[in-house]
Design a protein around this ligand. Sequence first.
Ligand code: ADP
Ligand code: MG
Length: 357
Amino acid sequence: MLRLSGITRRYGDVCALERLSFEVPDNRYVALLGASGSGKTTLLRLIAGFEEPDAGQVWLEGKRLDGVPTHERDVGFVFQNFALFPHLNVFDNVAYGLRHRARNPLGSASEIRDRTMAILDLVGLKGFERRAVGAISGGQRQRVALARTLVTEPRVVLLDEPLGALDANLRARMCEELRAIRERQGVTFLHVTGSETEALVMGDEVAVLAEGRIVQAARPAELFALPGNAAAARHLNAWNILSGRVRDGALLTGTGSLALPRPLPEGKPAQMAVRFDQIDICAPGQVPPGRDHFSARYVAGEFNGATALAFFQTDDGQLIQVTDHLSAPRLPVMTEGTDYALHFAPGAALVFEGAGA
Ligand code: ADP
Ligand code: MG
């Protein structure tokens, strides 16, 4: 198990990570979801030993890693831009790690050849070993980078936005492959990404990094359906969040009062989250009984193939998103600039204490 305990890392006035604690179990695919600038790369660099925390500890299998040189950590790193050696071919890029690793470097040419070929086979690059790394596709370069890391048999592989440089089709295919390769090797992957869909597809577990710490870690389906706080909900790009204050047992927002699904402390700030696909629309005054609702102006629609998005704005300026699935359409024909009632089952709403970011 990889364990981070109370990690803080500052750059001048910027606090990139603040008392972050997190556990990554063995033999698992863990996706770390965070916005750009949230500290994802910093966290990976601290685990790999490219930099050290200002406070806190990194543990791997009960052994303290912080302070240990990078090459003695049993941690592999796949960089965002792959960082291959441009003057070496595919085989030599991968074999490099075996010849030069700190522990037990291999000197025997036949052993290096066997191990390198085995790993190239694993990542689907058999037959490409003599190619220059400039003469293969982006997806293949990605696999060379992965092979070069895996061949050194790390306990944990850190992947920094590994699919970011690939086009959409390739990205989908590499998702599958990364999962399959990891399973065959039985090694732990910690994959950081800014894409919620990528995190949810890839991770056996998804951790959300926000405000310098892990705000929630859970299995993807659980995280998506039940984010534990507003920060996690915001990162899933599927929840509308309405802020307000608890008044007379309801949430008083800039767009009216909403019933609370559970009691919260009177007078305190709170936030309500309602998923994009759980809001229905009707004309004002026609809200079906038993539904909670608020009013908002229809701003624009967006057709996305199988789903359509509708954007609304509340009186206090909050943007609200509603998604419609074309197989089961439930939105009426709407006119831009007109007010509608947005209604939902009270049980569909989640509430969180606090004012949020
Ligand atoms: P991410 O990878 O999630 O985009 P980073 O870990 O690169 O985020 O950066 C987190 C924060 O720390 C950002 O505000 C960034 O500007 C700052 N930061 C990262 N590295 C440095 C550095 N070497 N010097 C100064 N600030 C840095
Ligand atoms: Mg980064």
